[in-house]
Design a protein around this ligand. Structure first.
Ligand SMILES: NC(=O)c1ccc[n+]([C@@H]2O[C@H](COP(=O)([O-])OP(=O)(O)OC[C@H]3O[C@@H](n4cnc5c(N)ncnc54)[C@H](OP(=O)(O)O)[C@@H]3O)[C@@H](O)[C@H]2O)c1
Length: 278
């Protein structure tokens, strides 16, 4: 689906990884703080997707949001990225695993569709393999059946994306990658995305770039704008076209991260940050 037909993509995503038994409380807090995009995964090793579902139920019950207000994104994760708590039968075909994982996600999130379904990572660090072809085709079937509006891929290189585009005559609606300043903030992949109207979702924008947060260029901009360095980085990410993800557990940071939307940075400062470390 072309991006301009996308019903609703928020300007920030709240990430739910590594929150374990605090997942429900923190996700509910994020919804109350104003987040309308939620990123999770059916990968019990790092995410507690059912906890996200509990937060959604509480927020619906209290009238904080309705399902239609939200952008819910989850992921299919190969067995290699899972622990023993699998959301599918490991001896079933990959196509069946995708269908089972999706059914399980919809159960956890108590919904009959997600807004985005993401392949958590290709099966190989180098190529888009036959396994990925099978999984992507199964994900397309989930989309055709109305169980997801859009599809995405995560942890991909430019080579993965080029091979994928050639194999399927289709690019994903989303790419979700860890975004390192030292490689021009994932410049190559972002360029591919910009040219193909793919929305780039950046994670670890703060944790992968601690040296940038301390850089005088960023700290001076923050002082000048009465903002925090973290807000400057999120504002920068938005201005260069990314959809940023935060997984903060702190209420004040939730508000600050959302408020970074209103931060204006001079174009020369944006260019300087973009080439700061790569
Ligand atoms: N696709 C994948 O393979 C993959 C991998 C990793 C992550 N993700 C997704 O991305 C989400 C985010 O993960 P992440 O790696 O970016 O790490 P994260 O869990 O968001 O950690 C962000 C760090 O930044 C801090 N922080 C956030 N806002 C801040 C602010 N305004 N001021 C100061 N500190 C701030 C947080 O501390 P406080 O809690 O104290 O605010 C936390 O230590 C995950 O939850 C997950 O949904 C996806």
């Amino acid at each position: 689906m072309p991006i301009d037909q996308t019903p609703f993509v928020p300007h920030f995503l709240y990430g739910t990884a590594w929150k374990e038994d605090r997942t429900a409380a923190l996700t509910e807090l994020a919804l109350r703080a104003g987040f309308r995009g939620i990123d999770t995964a059916n990968q019990r090793r790092h995410y507690f997707e059912a906890g996200v579902g509990q937060a959604l139920a509480a927020a619906y019950r209290d009238g904080v949001v309705t399902r239609a207000d939200l952008f819910l994104q989850t992921k299919f994760t190969y067995q290699r990225g899972q622990d023993h708590r699998l959301p599918y039968d490991p001896v079933a075909s990959l196509s069946v695993q995708v269908a089972q994982s999706m059914a399980s996600s919809l159960g956890h999130l108590e919904t009959d569709y997600v807004d985005s379904y993401v392949l958590h990572g290709p099966s190989s660090g180098y190529d888009w393999t036959e396994s990925d072809v099978e999984v992507w085709e199964a994900m397309r079937q989930e989309r055709d059946a109305g169980r997801t509006r859009l599809l995405g891929v995560s942890n991909v290189s430019l080579q993965h994306l080029e091979q994928m585009a050639a194999a399927h005559s289709e690019v994903p609606a989303f790419v979700q990658n860890r975004c390192f300043a030292r490689v021009g903030w994932d410049r190559e992949v972002r360029l591919f995305c910009r040219e193909r109207q793919v929305i780039y979702q950046g994670f670890s924008l703060l944790t992968a770039n601690t040296e940038v947060l301390r850089h005088p260029l960023v700290t001076d901009l923050a002082v000048h704008a009465s903002a925090t360095p973290a807000q400057v980085i999120f504002a920068f990410a938005r201005i260069v076209g990314m959809l940023p993800i935060t997984g903060t557990s702190n209420t004040e940071h939730m508000k600050q991260d959302l408020a970074s939307r209103d931060l204006v940075l001079p174009p020369d400062a944006v260019r300087a940050i973009e080439s700061l470390a790569g």
